[in-house]
Design a protein around this ligand. Structure first.
Ligand SMILES: [Zn+2]
Length: 151
């Protein structure tokens, strides 16, 4: 695979690293806030979380560790990173359950290898579920935890 190249693979999810799924950005300009006390506007707007998720996926020939950023992760999870964070806080085992509900789920993914030498991981540029009965993770988790009144 050449630098900056993309390729399409069919793969299934092996595991999701649920211990480190988020990063914080400024809610106004979406600049990454590596230091949570950092303020980039004098009006001190709130920060928000975005998804950055490492996952292992298996193609028919190899196992890859890929990183899934917010746009794609929202489709897989069916909610915003902040929403998932608060759900996980109320349901401490949801990270483990997340792996149970996502393991084996098959996707057609477009994988992109960054030209940026600092980018360590192959990025998921898009992920389309193969199953027509695919449900986003948050819906499956809510069924597991039986919170019918939560939307
Ligand atoms: Zn800002």
């Amino acid at each position: 695979m050449e630098e900056g190249s993309t390729r399409r693979v069919t793969c299934s999810i092996l595991s999701v690293d649920h211990t480190d799924m988020f990063y914080r950005v400024c809610a106004v300009c979406e600049r990454t806030l590596s230091d949570p006390t950092f303020i980039c506007h004098s009006s001190n707007p709130p920060s928000k979380r975005l998804f950055r998720i490492l996952m292992s996926v298996a193609t028919d020939t190899e196992v890859l560790t890929v990183v899934c950023f917010d746009r794609v992760a929202r489709l897989l999870f069916g909610c915003s990173a902040d929403e998932f964070f608060h759900f996980a806080k109320l349901n401490p085992f949801s990270g483990v359950t997340l792996n149970e509900v996502m393991e084996g789920e098959m996707f057609t993914m477009i994988l992109s290898k960054s030209m940026n030498a600092n980018a360590q991981h192959i990025r998921v540029a898009s992920a389309v579920p193969l199953s027509s009965s695919f449900q986003p993770a948050i819906q499956l988790l809510k069924q597991c935890y039986q919170t019918p009144h939560a939307s």
